[in-house]
Design a protein around this ligand. Structure first.
Ligand SMILES: Cc1cc2nc3c(=O)[nH]c(=O)nc-3n(C[C@H](O)[C@H](O)[C@H](O)COP(=O)(O)OP(=O)(O)OC[C@H]3O[C@@H](n4cnc5c(N)ncnc54)[C@H](O)[C@@H]3O)c2cc1C
Length: 456
């Protein structure tokens, strides 16, 4: 057994962990980063990047199918799953190589192995112990299932979906949240019959209901079936497929069942509680400064209750590193973290939904909804959608909600508006380039400031 010491030991090399490691070295700390699989974690290898590559391939397929509508002659000859995989893996491989190079150039010691937290800020990896003045926990999350629903064979999670080497003919997706609707979008564009089963009344149920309804309309138009407000009851599986039964008595036959019912924190059997780190329903309990119940042990990313998003992990990683280095960083503001579902159409939002705003401010809320039908660039792209902005009456913008192809790129402006508590009157004089989809946001700010241009 050997014991090694450094300023900081980071357990887990995903978005949260590697961001913390990089920022800590920038601040002059020596850092050991322990990773049992590959640095980059879920987002790079099994999440954000590979799924967005799939969604891009899906978008290209849709463009080829509809090419004639813009006067381009093209014939859609089908999807080559092996070639899509190779495109996707090529992107992941390049980003992975870049990240490895970055960590090396920063002088971060990456230790390969499974770590287990010990008391006194140690982490055991096999027979070795890595001890830090500070320890950052960043062990991420795993795909959840439902009680009694076993993953295996034709019952898959997002990891299994990425590993498929065929396009399923028929697929049932359990869960209408972000991951479920993104895979629905991909598979539909690739030619599959897709049914989403969601126990709540809407797709993307955490979003403003206006976006949920618009997505449901768009999916109906695309031929994606959404069974809403109905629960999964059971499944039988054969070599050839699955039969999914629902509590309303419906049965659905498919090649695969994708289980996309959320992600749980990866905190079991890692020594956390034995070392004094309190957990609640598996998530690590932290204070506003991301410190766990053990001084000098911090937690970042998906193991911390809240939005499970890579950019939140990056921000928390940076925050934890700055905090332990004695700076006085501003806590990561959960309320102004942008959220994007990269389906076709995309759904993007930041801040409060209308219902949440009314829950807090009652009638003191003003809302404006602009239809992308009035936006030239959206018309050119052939996308429908809406921009909805929620403000406090006579007060700041509380929430920005968008749906439409490519609108994800617009949410940054919404984030600035919400985070800076801007009033529409502050933003109305700012000029949006024409013709862009961002003009739709400009139109809403103008309307809320009482001077609509391309609207009544
Ligand atoms: C299909 C899918 C699509 C997604 N798309 C997006 C998206 O588009 N945008 C977005 O913002 N987010 C997306 N996410 C979420 C995003 O991937 C996560 O929020 C992010 O990866 C969380 O970062 P993390 O560092 O907390 O955990 P992870 O990225 O999960 O990293 C944790 C790391 O810790 C390692 N580890 C765990 N235990 C140990 C141990 N005991 N010893 C050593 N190493 C250990 C793991 O191997 C892993 O590498 C997606 C997720 C999925 C599943």
């Amino acid at each position: 057994m050997s014991e090694y010491t450094s300023d900081v030991v980071v357990l887990g090399g995903g978005s949260g962990g590697y961001a913390a490691a990089i920022r800590a070295t920038e601040l002059g700390k020596s850092v050991v980063l322990i990773e049992k699989d590959t640095v980059g974690g879920t987002c790079l290898h099994r999440g954000c990047i590979p799924t967005k590559a799939l969604l891009h391939a899906a978008e290209v397929a849709d463009h080829v199918r509809s090419a004639a509508s813009v006067g381009v002659s093209a014939t859609f000859a089908g999807i080559d799953p092996a070639a899509v995989t190779s495109y996707r893996e090529g992107i992941v491989a390049k980003k992975f190589k870049g990240l490895e190079g970055l960590l090396k150039a920063r002088g971060i010691t990456v230790v390969a192995g499974t770590g287990r937290l010990l008391p006194d800020r140690g982490v055991a990896v096999g027979d070795d112990v890595y001890r830090g003045t500070d320890v950052i926990l960043a062990t991420g999350s795993y795909s959840r299932s439902l009680p009694g629903l076993e993953i295996g064979g034709r019952v898959i999670t997002s990891e299994g979906a990425l590993a498929l080497d065929v396009v399923p003919e028929r697929v049932v997706i359990l869960g209408g949240g972000v991951i479920g609707v993104e895979f629905a979008s991909v598979w539909r564009s690739f030619g599959a019959e897709v049914t989403i089963v969601e126990a709540l009344d809407h797709l993307v149920p955490n979003e403003d209901v206006a976006l949920s309804k618009a997505l449901e309309r768009a999916y109906r138009k695309r031929g994606i079936v959404a069974k809403l407000g109905v629960r999964f009851a059971g499944i039988t599986q054969t070599d050839a497929g699955v039969q999914v039964s629902l509590e309303d008595g419906t049965t659905l036959d498919a090649d695969y069942l994708l289980v996309a019912v959320g992600r749980g924190p990866a905190t079991a059997d890692l020594g956390f509680e034995e070392a004094g780190v309190a957990l609640e329903r598996g998530f690590v309990t932290v204070d506003e400064r991301l410190q766990t119940t053990v001084p000098h042990v911090w937690a970042v990313g998906d193991i911390v209750p809240g939005l499970q998003l890579a950019h939140r992990g990056f921000a928390q990683g940076i925050f934890a590193a700055e905090q332990l280095a004695g700076l006085d960083p501003v806590p990561v503001p959960e309320a102004s973290i942008p959220r994007i579902t990269y389906s076709s159409p995309e759904v993007a939002s930041v801040g409060l939904t209308e219902a949440q705003a009314r829950g807090i401010h009652g009638d003191g809320v003003a809302v404006y909804e602009y239809n992308l039908a009035g936006n030239g660039k959206s018309e050119i792209l052939g996308t429908a959608g809406i921009v909805k902005v929620v403000r406090a009456a006579e007060g700041p913008i509380l929430g920005v909600h968008l749906i439409g192809d490519r609108v994800g790129e617009l949410i940054t402006e919404g984030q600035l508006a919400v985070a800076w508590e801007a009033h529409p009157e502050d933003l109305a004089p700012l000029i949006h380039a024409h013709p862009t989809q961002s003009e739709a946001l400009g139109e809403v700010f103008l309307a809320l400031a009482g001077k609509p241009l391309h609207a009544l």
